[in-house]
Design a protein around this ligand. Structure first.
Ligand SMILES: Cc1cc2nc3c(=O)[nH]c(=O)nc-3n(C[C@H](O)[C@H](O)[C@H](O)COP(=O)(O)O)c2cc1C
Length: 426
């Protein structure tokens, strides 16, 4: 089983920072270092830090104020030794040459632990910060596809042994082992090569989290790790097998892509203790912040809807397909009201909430893992530090005792720990 930590400094729960003693800033480097140490002590595969490119003071606090992920992870690279370091950079608002250099650098800095979450960037709020118009969903994915092709091409410009550094002959670089890219496509024209040699992992790990059809297609073609949004076992298993089934036609094996559904675990020593913790968190949720989250996830203004009425008919938005379709399907299946769905969204922003004793949480993760619904999980602690310490100190030892999770890191690079091959230079 593989475990990633989805890091939001104030916790994944919208009101996690209000929990007594919780970390209340996503800009507190001492707290972030402590979280990274805990994740490494728990033998997690990876820490993942998302990003957005605008500030909305009404949104989740860790979405509103956060450090630039690559800068932050470069600092964490120095205080950790084994854990993978994943960051989001949106393909709609960056350029491939810059992204190729940034992640190749992080891979060198960390000794082979870098991962790039290649998202399209769903929110139009980013566009004015770049003097651009927000492309529509299909166009965003067309850009993303070409962007990934260019970045991977740039990572392959240098052979592993291109730097000869022969003191006797004075030959530093063997020009035969470096090539330009000479890419010309509808969205990008990039000559290359980059001025950074092939990185320890050959190519940094590519993460993806799109939930739409073009998102799944892109992930199947290019991702090493997929973060999925799920609400129940059957749905998770269907998503998992549909993604894996796409791979052979693309020349890939099922084990070449690691699927990690997101889960917010609320862990206690007993079920009762866990539910008490969740009740404390939910007690902080008010209609306004929940409606705001729903409006963001559903891509329409939800402020006028009756909270105790049935879920209105909402078309799939141009922003996120993943969260909207998973939440709306669950609501329909279970006859939920808007109030039910907003309570769920406030808790984990649309992700699965798993509340119970450490035994119950470990049992459920084991059941999903052994029955074809997941290769592991993207763990989203509701708050730090206690909300994460509980998982690492109470759940991880159970998974280890059952032989489901590593006792020690097997390799030094993220690819080795994920069991993924080092890409051949194309
Ligand atoms: C675990 C997870 C993490 C994500 N992180 C980010 C992020 O950091 N920044 C972002 O803009 N989108 C993020 N997303 C959103 C998606 O990657 C994707 O862009 C969005 O869902 C819209 O694409 P879709 O319509 O294919 O779902 C994340 C999604 C998931 C499930």
């Amino acid at each position: 089983m593989h475990l990633g930590l989805f890091l939001l400094g104030t916790g994944s729960h919208v009101a996690g920072w209000r929990y007594p003693g919780a970390v209340d800033s996503f800009q507190d480097m001492a707290a972030l270092r402590r979280i990274a140490e805990t994740a490494e002590r728990g033998r997690f595969d990876m820490i993942f830090m998302g990003d957005n490119l605008y500030a909305d003071p009404a949104a989740h606090p860790s979405y509103t104020l956060r450090l630039e992920p690559l800068t932050m992870l470069s600092a964490l690279a120095a205080s950790t030794t084994h854990i993978g370091l994943g960051a989001t950079v949106a393909t709609t608002y960056s350029d491939p040459f810059t992204v190729a250099r940034a992640f190749a650098s992080l891979d060198h800095i960390s000794g082979g632990r870098a991962a790039w979450n290649a998202v399209t960037g769903a929110s139009p709020a980013a566009a004015p910060n770049f003097g651009k118009l927000h492309p529509n969903h299909a166009e965003r994915y067309a850009i993303a596809r070409e962007f990934l092709q260019v970045v991977k091409g740039l990572w392959d410009c240098w052979a592993d042994d291109a730097v000869v550094a022969d003191r006797a002959t004075g030959l530093y670089i063997d020009p035969a082992r470096v090539r330009a890219l000479d890419h010309e496509g509808p969205h990008f024209k990039v000559k290359g090569p980059v001025n950074i040699g092939r990185s320890p992992q050959g190519q940094p790990v590519v993460l993806q989290a799109g939930g739409s059809e073009p998102g799944h297609a892109l992930a199947a073609a290019t991702a090493d790790v997929v973060f999925s949004v799920v609400q129940d076992f059957d749905e998770a298993r269907a998503q998992y097998s549909s993604l894996k089934a796409r791979l052979p036609a693309l020349g890939r094996r099922p084990e070449d892509v690691t699927v990690l559904p997101g889960v917010m675990p609320v862990v206690g020593r007993t079920d009762r203790e866990a539910y008490e913790k969740l009740a404390v968190l939910q007690g902080f949720v008010d209609g306004d912040n929940a409606r705001q989250l729903l409006s963001d996830r559903f891509g329409v203004d939800m402020s006028g809807y009756d909270l105790d009425g049935p879920i209105p008919d909402i078309p799939l938005p141009d922003t996120y397909h993943s969260f909207a379709s998973v939440m709306l399907n669950k609501a329909k299946r279970e006859g939920m009201t808007l109030r039910d769905i907003y309570n769920l969204t406030a808790a984990a922003r649309g992700h699965w909430v798993l509340c119970g004793s450490a035994e119950r949480v470990a049992d459920t993760l084991e059941q999903w893992f052994t029955n074809g619904a997941a290769d592991g999980f993207n763990v989203m602690p509701p708050w730090f530090h206690e909300g994460f310490d509980d998982f690492v100190d109470l759940v991880v030892p159970l998974l280890q005792k059952r032989g489901l999770f590593r006792q020690e890191y097997a390799g030094t690079t993220l690819r080795e720990n994920l069991g993924l091959p080092r890409p051949q230079r194309g």
